[in-house]
Design a protein around this ligand. Structure first.
Ligand code: HEC
Length: 193
């Protein structure tokens, strides 16, 4: 084989697997919920590159509060993994493997002439939900990645269904997800289903 052809052959042999690997690695269809054993979820990473579905300030069901905030109000930021977003967009259903992340941030105001409103200051907590009918008998499971003292955790065990699942089961609009509060997901449902 002439040298030029040999070189070309080598380049193709090296480039094709490298390109396929790269495509696979950058694909957002890889499972995002990574487990240790049956149901210990590893702390989600990279979720700030997922689809941001909505945010709220001080939103919670708290009949005891009588309408008054019980403490400082927190911002809630909610993300969904891109593959689940695409399935929800086309079918109106959350597939197994859906992962949603709820990031909580403190609210801050700044005294500056003419400036109104509050903004997000520090991230204070991270929670996640995963839909997996094989792994969890209730379909969805819920996790928190903070110790009681606020220290971040690398992995978390699912909460019993009475802690989180039951409120999501009763009050969330679409399959345990609070789509009523997420304009991005509501827009998809309004357009198609
Ligand atoms: C009394 C009701 C209630 C309970 C109990 C509850 N949640 Fe939620 N959760 C909500 C509401 C309301 C939202 C809407 C988004 C927001 O907070 O801004 C939400 C949203 C979420 C989301 C974003 C995805 C979604 O399903 O909409 C996650 C993740 C989440 N909660 C995790 C948890 C975890 C973990 C627990 C248990 C430690 C828990 N929740 C307990 C009411 C509840």
């Amino acid at each position: 084989m002439p040298l030029g052809l040999k070189l070309l052959f080598m380049v193709v042999c090296l480039a094709v697997p490298a390109l396929t690997d790269w495509n696979w690695a950058s694909s957002s269809d890889k499972p995002v919920a990574l487990f240790e054993g049956k149901d210990t979820l590893l702390r989600p990473v990279g979720y700030r590159e997922w689809v941001f579905v909505g945010s709220s300030l001080g939103l919670r069901y708290d009949p005891a509060a009588g309408g008054k905030p019980a403490g400082p109000e927190l911002y809630h930021n909610v993300y969904i993994n891109p593959a689940a977003y695409r399935t929800f967009a086309s079918t109106g259903k959350f597939p197994d493997g859906t992962m949603m992340v709820l990031e909580l941030a403190s609210a801050e105001t700044k005294k500056e002439p003419g400036l109104q409103g509050s903004f997000q200051k520090d991230y204070v907590a991270l929670e996640a939900s995963v839909k997996d009918g094989q792994r969890f008998q209730d379909g969805w499971a819920y996790f928190s990645f903070d110790e009681a003292n606020g220290k971040p955790k690398a992995k978390a065990r699912p909460f019993p269904s009475s802690s989180c699942w039951s409120c999501h089961h009763q009050k969330a609009a679409t399959d345990h997800v609070f789509t009523q509060f997420y304009p991005v997901l509501r827009a998809l449902s309004a357009g198609k289903h």
